[in-house]
Design a protein around this ligand. Structure first.
Ligand code: GLN
Length: 545
């Protein structure tokens, strides 16, 4: 029998509900339990795939090609599991399914209502996680904050779950925030009290309250929350902001969260939590180490969440190379206007991540030129690989004509063009090349050396593709197509032979990186960046002496 843990958020958004839930997932896994995960998002988009990164941050892509909320990235990284299509469900998706059934006549003339039809569909989705994973515990996080109109049907479905599957199989965890008043230097519990009351008004009595705060939480506050929110003192878990993101599981372990969950749900686990390796990793992260500065050149750089997985993957690679990675966020739009180039000087390496649309793309093409000419390590992710190929073709032909048909539909030199099956698509949502595809590596290449295996499988999210008519020209001039689809038709990885490290991949390796298992391409890139910065320092010293 699968047990369910439901996470709701109170007081404000962005308190780290996703990280908290993901951290609990890690603690349960460390006790030998299998864990499934689902994020319920109250917005009406069918998935976040069509949303601007400014609105929503990064779109995280699963193995089976679901375009999902970035919280799923936290779950994968903390728990080290692969999620799938049922792991993220939105209001839009629930309604789309119910309306499709209504149109088919499945409801036999009935009136379709929020309760029970919408709530039943939500519960069907929740059960699907249990059915497909057969996990011991399924963690379900509801996006937004209690009190939002949009999340009501989800909360009602969660309320019903307790009577459906039983008290002993459900647990409600409410994650709140204690604001800090500067003038009196104190934390306030009142918003938490109100939020718990709001939740009770909906019929959910929280079993555990996790109180987040940016300051240490005094015991008297715990007592107060317990009294006013009607939970035991042991069920109020203080969670002050951690200095290290991946340290959250250890903080929650110390606060007794997982033991409490095991006890309340009567989870069958005799195993003592195995957190040794994780604790060792955190100890390593906390050690002071030399910093290394890497640039990310993108067009959503004002909002770092838009590149969440890229940032994390760089951070993971830093752990492996014993470096503290600092990121220089550089706007590609500035570069194309001739501004901000001084910020590239002295960088150990530069990453050009994925992106869509014409804005800022010339700045990325210029960045690829700069990295090629300055022999600075470069990692191109999806669009970053495409601009690297466009730039090299422009250089070889001595013309600015080469382009992607995404940015210039009538270019005479379409180095990047639409895949055959993308030409006549009318729908924008969910119609890209999504999810994992195999990629064969070319012996002796930097890609093959990084991975140390002949074939890999990586996650994609793109519409455009390298145009094979340009393969010969580029290959003859020093570009190695080091990763191809098994039939040899699609270019998956391109790299330069005569460059310390300049590599672009059509897929998104950042989604598969883990703190304790950095992605091979990020690790190789950062290794090259470390060598590059050491070289530059040595040269600077030589020049000085
Ligand atoms: N816009 C490009 C394409 O669709 C690149 C996509 C991406 O970087 N994810 O092919």
């Amino acid at each position: 029998m699968t047990k369910f843990i439901f996470f709701t958020g109170g007081v404000v958004s962005s308190v780290g509900k996703g990280v908290t839930a993901a951290a609990l997932g890690r603690l349960l896994k460390a006790r030998g339990l299998s864990v499934g995960v689902q994020k319920l998002d109250p917005y009406i988009n069918v998935d976040p795939g069509t949303m601007s990164p400014y609105q929503h941050g990064e779109v995280f892509v699963t193995e089976d090609g679901a375009e999902t909320d970035l919280d799923l990235g936290h779950y994968e990284r903390f728990i080290d599991i692969n999620l799938n299509q049922v792991s993220n469900v939105t209001t839009g998706r629930v309604y789309a399914e119910v309306i499709a059934r209504e149109r088919r006549g499945d409801y036999l003339g009935g009136t379709i209502q929020v309760i029970p039809h919408i709530t039943n569909e939500i519960k069907r989705n929740i059960h699907q996680v249990a059915d497909t994973t057969a996990a011991d515990v399924v963690l379900v996080e509801v996006g937004g904050t209690v009190g939002d109109i949009e999340s009501l049907p989800f909360l009602e479905a969660l309320r019903q779950m307790r009577s459906d599957v039983g008290q002993e199989n459900t647990l409600y965890i409410h994650v709140t925030f204690l604001p800090h008043i500067g003038a009196s230097d104190e934390l306030k519990t009142k918003p938490t009290q109100h939020s718990a009351r709001e939740l009770r008004g909906i019929g959910i009595h929280p079993d555990i309250i996790i109180a987040r705060a940016d300051h240490p939480i005094p015991q008297e506050h715990i007592k107060k929350i317990a009294l006013f929110c009607d939970v035991t003192e042991t069920a109020v878990i203080p969670a002050a902001t951690s200095d290290v993101l991946y340290g959250v599981p250890l903080l929650l372990e110390e606060a007794g969260l997982a033991d409490l969950v095991v006890e309340r749900l009567q989870l069958a686990t005799s195993q003592k939590p195995d957190l040794q390796a994780w604790a060792k990793m955190i100890e390593g992260i906390r050690q002071p180490k030399p910093t290394i500065t890497v640039g990310i050149v993108g067009k959503y750089v004002e909002l770092h969440d838009a590149y969440m997985s890229v940032r994390e993957a760089l951070y993971h690679a830093g752990i492996a190379h014993n470096r503290q990675v600092e990121i220089e966020w550089i706007h590609s739009g500035d570069l194309e206007k001739g501004r901000g180039w001084e910020r590239l000087e002295g960088l150990a390496g530069v990453v050009v991540p994925g992106g869509f649309g014409e804005r800022g793309v010339e700045g990325k093409i210029l960045t690829a030129r700069w990295a090629r000419e300055n022999k600075t390590p470069y990692l191109g992710l999806c669009l970053g690989m495409q601009v690297m190929c466009i730039e090299f073709t422009r250089h070889l032909l001595g013309s600015d004509e080469p382009n992607s048909t995404e940015f210039d539909a009538t270019t005479e030199q379409p180095v990047i063009s639409l895949m055959a099956d993308q030409h006549d698509l009318a729908d924008m949502g969910g119609t890209m090349r999504l999810g994992v595809y195999p990629c064969r590596l070319v012996d002796g290449s930097k890609a093959a050396a990084a991975y140390g295996q002949p074939q890999v499988s990586e996650r994609h999210r793109h519409r455009w593709e390298f145009n094979n008519s340009y393969r010969e020209l580029l290959a003859q001039n020093g570009m190695l197509f080091s990763g191809l689809s098994p039939d040899g038709r699609l270019v998956e990885i391109a790299e330069f032979e005569e460059h310390p490290f300049m590599l672009g991949c059509q897929f998104h390796p950042e989604f598969k990186s883990r703190p304790n298992r950095p992605h091979p391409l990020f690790a190789a890139f950062l290794g090259a960046a470390v060598a590059h910065s050491t070289n530059s320092e040595n040269q600077a010293e030589l020049a000085d002496s």
